[in-house]
Design a protein around this ligand. Structure first.
Ligand code: C5P
Length: 238
C-alpha cells in the first residue's frame, strides 16, 4: 500500500438517485478528495452506466453494495463488478469464510477492486444482536468477524470509529480500515451518533474516511474537503 496523501484518504459518499447532481458534485470535488463512495441508493437508480459516469472523472470509486449471498452468487457479482473499474467494494463478513474466499478468488490476481468486509452494521444495537441469537458483546463480535474476513483473504474492513483502534491492533498494518461516521468538529452530527473527527480517526488507525454530508451539504463542498484534508495532515504530523 503506497503512502496516502491526506486528501487521498477521503472518500466522499454520494448518496443520491439523481445522476446529474452526482456528476456535478463529483466534478466540483475532483482533485479535492481521493474518491467517491457509491452505494445502493445511487447504484439501484443509475446502474453500471452511472458508476461509469462518475468513474470517467478519473477519481477512485468505492462501490458500497455490501454483497451477502451464497459464495457462487457473490463470486459472480464480483466478476461482474470487475468491469466497473472500482478501487474497492464491500461484502458482508457474516456471509461466512467460504463466501469471503469466493469473493477474493473471483477478484483474481488484480489488486483492484480491494475487497472490504463489513462486520456488524452500526445501526444494530446489542439488543438487536441478542434478538438475532448472537450473545457476544458487539465489540467482540466485530473482532471475531474481522478476523474471519481478514484471514479468509479480505483486503480490509469497514469499521465504525469505535472499533477502528481495536481492529488495527488485532489485524495489524496489513488490513485496510475504512471508516464512516466521521464528523469534523465544525459540522452537524446529522443522524450519526457514534462519531469521531477526521484527525482522531486517522490517529486511531483509519486508512480511508467515508465522509458524506459534512462535504456534500456544505455551502462550499470544496472548501469543506480542504478543511478536512488540513485536519488529517495536521493529525498525521503530531
Ligand atoms: O453523510 P454521512 O457522512 O453520514 O455519510 C456516511 C456514509 O457512510 C453514508 O453513505 C452511510 O450510508 C455510510 N455508512 C455509515 N455508517 C456505517 C456504514 C456506512 O454512515 N456504519
Amino acid at each position: 500500500m503506497p503512502i496516502l496523501t491526506p486528501d487521498e484518504r477521503i472518500f466522499c459518499a454520494i448518496d443520491t438517485t439523481n445522476l446529474e447532481q452526482a456528476v456535478e458534485l463529483a466534478q466540483e470535488l475532483k482533485g479535492a478528495v481521493g474518491g467517491f463512495k457509491l452505494g445502493k441508493e445511487f447504484f439501484t437508480a443509475n446502474g453500471p452506466g452511472g458508476v461509469a459516469k462518475i468513474s470517467e472523472l478519473g477519481q477512485r470509486i468505492f462501490l458500497d453494495l455490501k454483497f451477502h449471498d451464497i459464495p457462487n452468487t457473490v463470486a459472480g457479482a464480483i466478476k461482474a463488478a470487475r468491469s466497473l473499474n472500482c478501487y474497492m467494494l464491500t461484502i458482508h463478513a457474516s456471509g461466512g469464510a467460504a463466501m469471503v474466499r469466493a469473493a477474493v478468488e473471483a477478484k483474481g490476481e488484480e489488486e483492484e477492486p480491494r475487497i472490504l468486509a463489513v462486520t456488524i452494521l452500526t445501526s444494530l444495537t446489542a439488543d438487536d444482536l441478542v434478538q438475532l441469537g448472537q450473545k457476544l458483546p458487539v465489540a467482540d463480535q466485530v473482532l471475531r468477524l474481522g478476523k474471519l474476513a481478514h484471514e479468509s483473504g479480505a483486503d480490509g474492513l469497514v469499521a465504525s470509529p469505535q472499533e477502528v483502534a481495536a481492529l488495527r491492533a488485532a489485524r495489524g498494518e496489513d488490513c485496510l480500515l475504512v471508516v464512516p461516521g466521521i464528523r469534523p468538529a465544525w459540522a452537524s452530527t446529522d443522524d450519526q451518533k457514534r462519531i469521531m473527527t477526521p484527525g482522531d480517526a486517522v490517529k486511531a488507525g483509519a486508512d480511508f474516511l467515508v465522509i458524506g454530508r459534512p462535504i456534500t451539504q456544505s455551502k462550499d463542498p470544496k472548501v469543506a474537503a480542504k478543511l478536512i484534508t488540513d485536519e488529517i495532515a495536521d493529525a498525521l504530523i503530531r
